[in-house]
Design a protein around this ligand. Structure first.
Ligand SMILES: [Zn+2]
Ligand SMILES: [Zn+2]
Length: 235
């Protein structure tokens, strides 16, 4: 994977103050990778070798399908399917003991996930460093709307190596962002549920209309696929 593809200015990611900044960072990286794989990388045999070795998860198959032409996706699939055939379904039947680890390795492997993990680890390291050294960035960090739950865990993990005093301050800042949002979300969901009580007829939905979608986004870091209007009939 080309290095410049994944260099993201941390400061810019934090400027919009809308949603989780680490989701924004991930979206940026994913967008660049998925566009690259179905575009410029089509002519690079070493990238194809890697996509054949690792394949893609469902999320990232959908992303390359959304960005690339159908032909570019088909070309990626052609060599990927061929490699899986020779690996997992060899012409000369292999013993189960040998085939099983190959199948298991394929189950959770994804070219974009693997590159995402590597590049995110590097970006988080830079971010923690910036938080420690640049007071202006620290204020920007505190002003974020929230940090989603999966990224909350990931970010705390990345800050483990900070000096003792800094680590507790970082924990404080980060926990405030995830914890306050979670508490507000919980209240919004409770309000949402109450709105289905006959005693609430005519009451205001307040902030609760999209509480389901926001909760799923907070818990998974991904946008839910199926959206229903808040007051729509229960299925
Ligand atoms: Zn996030
Ligand atoms: Zn993936």
């Amino acid at each position: 994977m080309r290095e410049d593809l994944c260099s993201i200015p941390i400061h810019d990611v934090f400027l919009p103050k809308d949603g989780c900044p680490f989701c924004r960072m991930r979206d940026m990286l994913e967008d660049r990778m998925a566009t690259y794989i179905t575009g410029a990388a089509m002519m690079e045999p070493d990238v194809r070798e890697e996509t054949n070795r690792l394949g893609f998860c469902e999320e990232h198959f959908n992303q390359i399908l959304a960005r690339g032409s159908r032909l570019s996706v088909a070309l990626i699939l052609e060599s990927l399917l061929a490699e899986i055939r020779s690996e997992a379904f060899p012409k000369k039947a292999a013993p189960l003991k040998k085939v099983l680890p190959t199948l298991a390795r394929r189950k959770d492997s994804c070219f974009i996930c693997e590159n995402l993990e590597k590049n995110t680890a590097h970006l988080l390291e830079t971010m923690v460093d910036l938080w420690q050294k640049d007071p202006e960035f620290r204020t920007l960090y505190q002003e974020q709307e929230y940090i989603c739950f999966p990224h909350y865990l990931q970010v705390l993990e990345a800050a483990k190596g900070l000096p003792k005093k800094s680590v507790s301050l970082f924990y404080e800042d980060t926990t405030a962002l995830a914890g306050k949002y979670l508490a507000a979300l919980n209240e919004d969901v409770t309000h949402f549920c109450r709105m289905f009580d006959y005693r609430s007829t005519g009451s205001d939905w307040g902030n609760s209309k999209d509480a389901i979608e926001r909760s799923i986004r907070f818990l998974t870091s991904r946008e839910p696929q199926d959206r229903q209007k808040a007051d729509e009939k229960n299925r």
